[in-house]
Design a protein around this ligand. Sequence first.
Ligand code: TIU
Length: 220
Amino acid sequence: MKSIDANPFAFTFDVAKTALVIIDMQRDFIEPGGFGETLGNDVSLLAAIVPACQRTLAAWRQAGGLVVHTREAHDADLSDCPPAKLNRGNPTLRIGDAGPMGRILVKGEPGNQIIEALAPVAGEVVIDKPGKGAFYATGLHEMLRQRGITHLLFMGVTTEVCVQTSMREANDRGYDSLLLEDCTESYFPQFKASAVEMMRAQGAIVGWTATSEQLLAALH
Ligand code: TIU
């Protein structure tokens, strides 16, 4: 068993029963011309976490742990994108429209690919999800249960949207989850700070938080 001196208290886990879940580190959110920018965001903020994510992913692979990558992705006919999602806000381009990196948030398009620095390798799981949460309308829970996974380590973007939604979904399904604070980011720094605090408040009501450095130290 490994233990991290996490916030608000120690997080103890068995690598064989733990998955690293990397939420939506796709070009759509991190590079100019994708969904993130069409929503009016400055995407340069998010690229800053890539080196810490790379170090963590490399260490987790070295430790032999399961890696799960997610992508926020819709079918080409958008039949899995409800009007409530499609029509929300006033974006310059909507989901499914053609942008500089192909159709926005559509499976298989260049913008929908996970960034090169964190590209999945053989044996890793890639989940395409139509919602913000990784468990909604995906086979993630069944796959994790089949593999005996009980603990999840989260990183990715954005902290208060897809990462927080996924952690809350995981919590309700009985997983113990830890968020790697320096491996997640928001377009709004104050939202990241608040999300991190609210997840670990009330005795880890949603889950734990720690730095990637703490995780790497525990893996040694
Ligand atoms: N992956 C994810 O967080 N999707 C979003 O739409 N996030 C925003 O912050 N907009």
